[in-house]
Ligand binder design. Sequence first.
Ligand SMILES: *Cc1c(COP(=O)(O)O)cnc(C)c1O
Length: 415
Amino acid sequence: MDELKRTDPEIYQLIKDEERYEIDSVRLIPSENYVSKAVLEATGSILTNKYSEGYPGRRYYEGQRYVDQIEMIAIDRARALFKVDHANVQPYSGSPANLAVYFALLKPGDTIMGLSLPHGGHLTHGWQASITGTFWRSAQYVVDRESHVVDFDKIREMARAERPKIIVTGGTAYPRLWDFKSFSEVAKEVGAILLADISHIAGLIVGGVHPDPVPYADVIMTTTHKTLRGPRGAMIMCRNEYAEAIDKAVFPGLQGGPHNHTTAAIAVALKEASTPEFKAYAKKMVSNAKTLADELLARGFSLVSGGTDNHLILVDLTNKKVIGTKGAKALDAAGIVCNKNTVPYDPRKPFSPSGLRFGTPAVTSRGMGDAEMRQIGKWIDEAIAHANDEAALKRIAAEVTEMCRRFPAPGITLN
Ligand SMILES: *Cc1c(COP(=O)(O)O)cnc(C)c1O
């Protein structure tokens, strides 16, 4: 980055600082990862110079001889990897992609039924603060108070009463498997479209460690930057019958020119995700999450739903007498980066919730395994127990950094 250093030393230095931070800390935010150097190179390429409104072979701009090929490769790889009829790789990110799905398939005032945000759902599944909860009617299902898993009797009852036009599965803080078959039965019964938002679990699905929504969902949306380990972006996949509506909703319905540098990097990530190494990675993300969950349980932490089936863990800190905000800040001071999170039926407010959310995509990309997960669990325990003790947190941070330096971070080489 010599040129950046000359042109804008201030931004250059901040990127270098972030790079160092990403190497020296244990990154447990479940929606984050480390992309490969190849993905970074495609993202940073001259494709950012291009405009190409439209779709391959049907553009509103000339000069698409290479861009068309790149987008076709990304589409073909997505179709092959997920085994779907159709893929649109242009959405700028997950939130606009969900908006495009609703814009394609719903009329204003139709009902979206999704998992409630404080129960692990996403804003764009009809939460009031999101356009998806104001422009459309919304019905929000919740998890069971005891088991913390979704209860199909309640979901069926809600669907019958609310008559949603679309039912959304998926979430950002749901540590268990999604039963797409049961959701599709409910959707069929009430005549609703089933959208599987697999943003968090796409990498697990292509890696074969989470059930596949393809036989059951009408439309599948995923971000590309979480467990799939690609650039920031999203894809909408669907059966042929919805393809035209989805494409029209993305462009010209919602977006202008696609981000071609991102499209190229998505193609690269999809190639990487179709390798045996990626399958092993997906498996390891889940086994690492289970090991970390076991270590936390052994240390008296209370886990939402009692554990995990996927790459993420939701901790209720109430019994530790520390609130989520405090816990997350103490951990960051100790070199462990996570986020505060609401837990189901949280008596506290979303900006100051009772829980913490941990995930293993990034640490697994660095090659960390069981021994490191147990060590991380021990550090989490110590940091929460000494949340007010700056010296203790500093000592943990030094140990964290020492361990992190033994595990190279993909995409980052220090000079
Ligand atoms: C991350 C996420 C999104 C939104 O993605 P952005 O790229 O942050 O807009 C949507 N749905 C789910 C389930 C997610 O986890």
